[in-house]
Design a protein around this ligand. Sequence first.
Ligand SMILES: [Zn+2]
Length: 111
Amino acid sequence: MIFGVEVNRLMSNSYTRLKSGDWAVRAEGVIKEGARITVTKKSGETKQETVSKVLWSGLDNRTNKPISLCLVAKESRGRRGNHAPYGQSCPYCGSRSCSRAWDEGALCDED
Ligand SMILES: [Zn+2]
């Protein structure tokens, strides 16, 4: 159900789970490393991500349009449960476990 419904959405980049269990982004077009892309979550919200690595580019076998499978820079995932060093906290939500506490260039997790 989760997969069948979203397939025909046009021109939207979406999160996809790899066999390894990591999250990647399936993006429209040929994407280069370092690109900023807008990804649509299942909820319909969008999020800006930075491509850290392109795993694969090629033609989608359903639409015959170029797509890229990309890893995005880790922001919140993988750091959850950890805290930034004392004195470093997110100026938006005040949390030391927020991505923004770790990295001034990161987005607040509560955005
Ligand atoms: Zn925050």
